[in-house]
Design a protein around this ligand. Structure first.
Ligand code: NAI
Ligand SMILES: O=C(O)C(=O)[C@H](O)COP(=O)(O)O
Length: 383
């Protein structure tokens, strides 16, 4: 059995080595010729999976080790009788931790002594938005949830607000998929009219898909006085992103919000499980067995620790988006092609980043409230 896989999927040999022969190819340039003789195709978000790629191939199963599926023509796969599987939720916690770190930087920048004074509007309350809401609510933030498809289905007892309401929060965080059809399409959902409603003290975060914001409208908004602050992890036309936008936003990162090691390995594990089920093979491997010891395993705080400082230190020890921001800004030179290649390189060579659950926090004589905050974020505590 031949498995053609994006070379950037981690642990290909560990998970799939005994299922078939693995051919690694570049996900960005994968072509019909690369996959024609394959039985199984494993991709990430950078490969367009459609008729053009797969017609007259032997492929029977396609797996994407990602949450998003906007790169896959699901209708065509169904018509062609090709089984498809994605990895819902695999890196949701990683994205939620990215947002928490951004919030801690934003609160500090605004001189707030208590970050939970910020109200947060979450747009798209699925695996990512839901995980983020759960953490923020436990941390005492005022959270407003906007998810019209879920509101239409009148699910559970959660209360949803309209986009206009969510956009009134101090921070608006976008976590929708990219959709162009249906009752609530997200393509350019945030355009001129929505951007006009944001004021100078507000922060808009986009860690969903770049095309959810109209970049031309965003650039125009940045030209006006009273412009809000922006933290963008995703961009229109990746990898050939707009250098002026990078230059003008506060935090610019190369689509890595979901790039914790745990998130990536869970993505591979979920597709391994789906493929094993498809082939009728037993599931013997687990992501946990492949996670190495973290480089930083413990931090201690004593009773002298100030709550906000302690949270900032621990969060940023795990993940500080300013490092990714600096790396992206450093490569925004040269031609469009050169910048695009550099954007992809930053993602391919991404340093190991571990989630907060990998860091044990030792607390001596600290307050109950600090302990609760650390637990809410996802740290392991040793008291
Ligand atoms: N920056 C990154 O590294 C990552 C980005 N993503 C992106 O985040 C997206 C969301 O991920 P999940 O939460 O796991 O997906 P999900 O499918 O679990 O949830 C998405 C939610 O958005 C809602 N939604 C759809 N249209 C909407 C609209 N017009 N307005 C408001 N809400 C709407 C859906 O009803 C759903 O509840 C993915 O589709 C992917 O594009 C995911 C992982 C990593
Ligand atoms: O899971 C998703 O959806 C994402 O956006 C991934 O973090 C994207 O990672 P790549 O597949 O582009 O490496």
């Amino acid at each position: 059995m031949l498995i053609v896989a994006d070379e950037n999927i981690p642990l290909l040999d560990s998970f799939f080595g005994d299922i078939g022969e693995i051919r690694r190819v570049s996900g960005r340039t994968m072509s019909n010729a690369d996959v024609r003789d394959a039985d199984i195709l494993l991709v990430r978000s950078v490969t367009r999976v459609n008729r053009e790629l797969l017609e007259s191939s032997r492929v029977r199963f396609v797996g994407t080790t990602t949450i998003g599926t906007d790169h896959v023509d699901l209708d065509w796969l169904e018509q062609a009788g090709i089984r498809f599987s994605a990895a819902p939720g695999c890196n949701a916690n990683s994205v939620a931790e990215y947002v928490l770190s951004v919030l801690s930087l934003h609160a500090e920048r605004r001189g707030l002594s208590d970050w939970s004074q910020l109200s947060v509007g979450i747009v798209g309350v699925g695996n990512v938005g839901g995980e983020l809401a759960h953490k923020l609510e436990r941390l005492g933030f005022d959270v407003r949830l906007c998810d019209p498809p879920r509101a239409d289905r009148e699910e559970g007892d959660q209360e949803f607000v309209a986009l206009e309401e969510a956009m009134k929060c101090d921070v608006v965080s976008l976590h929708t998929p990219l959709t162009r059809e249906g009752s609530h399409p997200t393509f350019h959902m945030i355009g001129q009219a929505e951007l006009e409603t944001l004021g100078a003290n507000q922060l808009l975060i986009n860690a969903g898909r770049g095309e959810v914001i109209d970049s031309s409208a965003l650039l125009a908004r940045l030209d006006q006085g009273n412009a809000p602050t922006f933290a963008l992890d995703v961009w229109e036309q990746e990898p050939r992103i707009h250098p002026e936008l990078v230059d003008r936003v506060w935090l610019a990162t190369p689509h890595i919000a979901g790039y914790s090691l745990e998130g990536k390995v869970q993505g591979t594990e979920m597709i391994y499980q789906a493929l094993s089920q498809f082939l009728g093979l037993p599931v013997r491997k687990k992501a946990g067995q492949f996670l190495p010891e973290p480089a930083l395993s413990k931090i201690s705080f004593t009773s002298s620790a100030q709550e906000e400082d302690a949270i900032r230190i621990a969060l940023r020890a795990c993940y500080d988006p300013r490092r990714d921001d600096a790396r992206l800004r450093n490569v925004m030179t040269g031609s469009l092609e050169e910048r695009g290649a550099a954007f992809d390189r930053l993602r391919r060579d991404y340093p190991v980043r571990r989630e907060c659950s990998s860091l044990k926090i030792q607390l001596k004589g600290t307050s109950k409230s600090l302990q609760d905050s650390f637990r809410a974020i996802g740290f392991k505590l040793k008291i």
